[in-house]
Design a protein around this ligand. Structure first.
Ligand code: DMJ
Length: 474
């Protein structure tokens, strides 16, 4: 598997080189129009998102150049420290991509300058938490501290955003020995748990929108896809990985309660194969109950982590079984299209051989290969490697541009589909990293030593954990 791993490493080298050539310091590369674009506040999302991937893959020259660029006096992050940057940024995207990438680089290298940049950034984002409820607004100006919500959700804050910050902020508090950061996000967790939901919302699940001014939930939509996903992921990741976690048992209980409610109310069977294998999917509540977004395919990975140290062996086995059943569907979402890539949202007609595509684009997302990585580490079953490899081959066929950049495609049902001229920063942060690690041995970024944030940035686990592989043999 060295050959396969090296092939994935070459893809990362190539994608980073294309970014470095024309878009260095910008958030993302537009590989066809050959320019840099700034969709995430201009802190160099791809640059920071790539750092630990380059490091883990042993691309040390690229890593050193990237780190030097970031630390340059005129980089946006250095200018931020001097109070010279006047921009509105998404608190969530800046947290998972930029703060996450900085913290993992610090954990991998111990570079004190990087920790200082992390603290500066978090201090600037902190202003978003100054709301009557303590739940942050979605956007903040990093110079003035003015924060605001997004009009398309009626200025509500989004569960997946404000509910997935604690891993980064508690890690920052631990590394910087300053409790102020985790105090913000621990208070948000308490608020989520203490705020009543409508009686129609199954106990353990939460609506995707929250009003930070009144401190009440908005609407009743529940989702393990957009707007909800990483909140549930962080329940188990924080519980499993953080030393001295505030209200530690409450996080594990919240995770198990959410999974129980998800199993009862959101988990559906699409079909069962002749040899009895179940194809499961998770639909939103208050949305189309026959649909699933590709985003939801992170769930098998989360369930594998939930299976480690579950309260009972039976529950552990149940989590791993659900993980396998959902992953089977996610893989079918790839193998059933002419391009070999999954659509962004699909619908399932009972017993149909293929899903129906509702949002046809494929934008280099990581969730399915992320889950295959966890399942391979958990079970050692080579099928997961084969599936990951098949998906990577489809990515190579469809995503590559003539100058070495990689882009998404607009329609997975069309061979030679039109590209979207966007190399996502998470392609280097997550997709290629999870693929690479799937073909590495289990000691590389061992799951008992590292926890990956929702953008796949690894933080060192300081707590004693039970091994993912040994928790239940299946
Ligand atoms: C990534 O930015 C993160 O994984 C996030 O949690 C949701 N999805 C995108 C990639 O699809």
């Amino acid at each position: 598997d060295d050959v396969k791993r090296n092939d994935i490493k070459s893809a990362a080298r190539e994608a980073f080189a294309a970014y470095e050539a024309v878009a260095m310091g910008h958030d993302e590369l537009a590989p066809v129009s050959n320019r840099g674009v700034d969709d995430f506040g201009g802190f160099g999302a791809t640059l920071v998102d790539s750092l630990d991937t380059l490091y883990v893959m042993g691309l040390r020259e690229e890593f050193t150049r990237a780190l030097m660029y970031l630390k340059k006096r005129d980089s946006a992050l250095s200018a931020l420290a001097r109070g010279e940057v006047n921009r509105d940024v998404s608190v969530f995207e800046t947290n998972i991509r930029i703060l996450g990438g900085l913290l993992s680089t610090y954990d991998l290298t111990g570079d004190a300058d990087v920790l200082e940049l992390s603290e500066t950034l978090a201090s600037r984002l902190s202003a978003a938490f100054q709301t009557p409820s303590g739940v942050p607004r979605s956007f903040v100006n990093v110079k003035t501290g003015h924060s605001f919500g997004l009009p398309w959700v009626g200025k509500a804050s989004i569960l997946a955003d404000f509910g997935s910050m604690h891993l980064e902020w508690a890690t920052l508090s631990a590394r910087a020995r300053n409790p102020i950061y985790e105090a913000h996000t621990a208070a948000v967790f308490d608020k989520i748990m203490a705020t009543p939901v409508a009686s129609s919302t199954p106990t353990g699940l939460f609506p995707v929108l929250f009003n930070p001014e009144t401190g009440a939930w908005v609407g009743q939509k529940v989702s393990f896809g957009s707007l909800g996903d990483s909140f549930y992921e962080y329940l188990i990741k924080c519980w499993r990985s953080l030393d001295a976690l505030h209200e530690a048992d409450a996080w594990r209980r919240a995770f198990d309660a959410a999974m129980a409610a998800m199993k009862t109310s959101l988990l559906h069977t699409w079909k069962t194969s002749e040899n009895g294998e179940r194809f499961a999917y998770v639909a939103p509540l208050g949305g189309d109950a026959t649909s699933m977004e590709h985003l939801t395919c992170f769930m098998p990975g989360m369930l594998v982590l939930g299976g480690a140290e579950a309260p009972t062996q039976a529950l552990a086995a149940d989590y791993v079984q659900m993980a396998k059943d959902i992953a089977r569907t996610c893989v079918a979402m790839y193998t059933s299209t002419p391009t070999g890539l999954s659509a962004d949202t699909v619908q399932f007609v009972a017993n149909a051989t293929s899903p129906t595509f509702t949002v046809r684009k494929s934008i280099q997302r990581p969730e399915t290969v992320e889950s295959l990585f966890y399942l391979y580490r958990k079970t050692g079953d080579d099928t997961y490697r084969q599936q990951a490899w098949t998906i990577f081959q489809a990515m190579k066929r469809n995503y590559r541009t003539s100058n070495g950049g990689w882009q998404g495609i607009k329609d997975v049902s069309v061979e030679h589909a039109q590209g979207d001229d966007k190399q996502q920063s998470f392609f280097l942060a997550e997709t290629l990293k999870y693929l690479y690690l799937t073909f590495s041995d289990g000691e590389t970024m061992h799951l008992d030593e590292w926890v990956f944030n929702t953008e796949a940035h690894p933080f060192k686990i300081t707590k004693n954990v039970t091994t993912v592989e040994a928790a239940v043999a299946m």
